[in-house]
Write a protein that binds this ligand. Structure first.
Ligand SMILES: *Cc1c(COP(=O)(O)O)cnc(C)c1O
Length: 413
């Protein structure tokens, strides 16, 4: 039965798939029409290891004689799992890639990729507002291995180009949209720099999802998602994924067998279940976030709103060109200090105060208190984080209810 499941190569080669919309892909892409036991859903193959009928079967396996076309028969759970493979095929198809590799978390995906591809003594360029832990990994862990990182200002492509050391720089890392200001990387420019200097490019596309943006189509080499966020969509699991060309993904899968950041089959199943509703969730979140951003921008108690769907956002044009939707996160500055901002948040009835984003429930946080608590106001300002900054991840609640809630809470400050 495992073999039947493992035959489930994605169906993206089939005519018509490339023209399908995001929701159709989210429900169907990468999945075989007939699965093991004729189950509609992907069976959860909950096993740490796989058995061999007899010694000859083992020898045939080692000589790859028993491997059918496209089969990935496994001998041990760290090297592969059919439930995990099914989700990988779906994620590859969604992002328009040849293959995908799933990891235990978004950070496991990022760190495994960089550890797998960077030679000793090489150099990395990253845009300066990348995910905080990605920056930390590059600037401390990689540094210890003799790999230096230069941070270049997001949006300044001359500075990014100037930071590249020809022959030494091997990787260009960016993110789009970024956290918390929703800056948009110009994917065409990033891909161009990659080709020009023979540097591999990686985009963390977590905030966008494959519904809103598909960086591979712009020539990016590796797309990374924290699947913990929109892809799973229910704040109930951690996972991460890398999507790209087949030969590179095979190398990453082999490296994952050594580094060990595998995702559990149960979580892979839950992730696939979440992905099926990705299209409807993200479209609703795009719509609500746009309306929330417009409402807040017109509100007298709001200083400034950061949302790529607003004309006032510095990257609105780039976002309009390369995205199908602007995402479900809105950041804004309340007129007032740390305390006033906290009071506004406390008076909201719908969103929970929590880290993370991308789930069905609205989540809200003050980055100054959540991610930068140990810093002083001045230190935070130096990092570009204001005390009155709020990051709001809209859920799938009704748009009107969310706006009414924001309105009543703003009236209390
Ligand atoms: C959350 C997040 C990560 C890390 O993912 P985990 O699944 O929490 O390990 C990386 N990048 C971005 C943009 C994120 O939001």
């Amino acid at each position: 039965m495992v073999a039947t499941l493992q035959e489930s190569k994605n169906n993206t080669d089939e005519p018509g798939c490339e023209t399908q919309g995001g929701s159709t892909r989210a429900v169907h892409s990468g999945a075989k029409r007939t699965k093991a036991f004729n189950s509609l859903n992907t069976p959860i193959v909950q096993t740490a290891t796989y058995t061999f009928r007899d010694t000859q079967d083992l020898i045939d396996y080692m000589e790859r004689k028993t491997w059918g076309d496209g089969e990935e028969r496994e001998e041990y759970g760290r090297y592969g799992n059919p439930t995990v493979a099914a989700v990988e095929h779906r994620l590859a198809a969604l992002d328009g890639g040849e293959d995908a590799v799933l990891y235990a978390s978004g950070m496991s995906a990022v760190t495994s990729l960089l550890l797998s591809v960077l030679p000793a003594g090489s150099h990395v360029v990253m845009t300066d507002d990348c995910y905080r832990r990605t920056r930390q990994f590059c600037q401390t862990f990689l540094k210890r291995l003799g790999i230096e990182t230069t941070a270049a200002p997001m949006g300044d492509y001359e500075a990014i180009e100037a930071a590249i050391i020809p022959g030494k720089t091997r990787f260009l890392i960016s993110e789009s949209p970024t956290n918390p200001y929703l800056r948009i990387a110009d994917l065409e420019k990033i891909a161009y720099l990659g080709r020009k200097f023979r540097v591999r490019t990686m985009i963390d596309s977590t905030f966008a999802t494959p519904i809103n943006q598909r960086p591979l189509e712009w020539g990016i080499d590796f797309v990374v998602h924290s699947a913990t966020k929109y892809l799973s969509g229910h704040n109930d699991l951690l996972a991460g994924v890398i999507v790209g060309k087949a030969d590179r993904m095979k190398a990453l899968r082999d490296a994952r067998g050594v580094l060990g950041g595998v995702v559990d089959p149960q979580n892979a199943y839950l992730l696939e279940r979440g992905i099926k509703t990705l299209g409807v969730r993200v479209k609703q979140q795009n719509k609500t976030a746009q309306e929330v951003a417009q409402f807040l921008e017109a509100h007298p108690r709001i200083e400034r709103v950061w949302y790529p769907g607003l004309k006032s956002h510095p990257d609105h044009e780039t976002a309009t060109r390369q995205m199908k939707g602007f995402g479900g996160v809105v950041s804004f500055e309340v007129k007032g200090d740390l305390h006033t901002t906290g009071k506004f948040i406390d008076n909201l009835r719908i969103p929970y105060i929590a880290a993370s984003l991308g789930g069905v429930e609205s989540l809200i946080e003050q980055p100054a208190l959540m991610s930068y608590f140990e810093k002083t106001t001045e230190e935070r300002l130096a990092l570009g984080i204001k005390d009155n900054l709020v990051r709001f991840s809209v859920g799938i609640e009704d748009t009107d209810d969310i706006i009414e809630d924001l309105d009543q809470a703003l009236a209390t400050i």
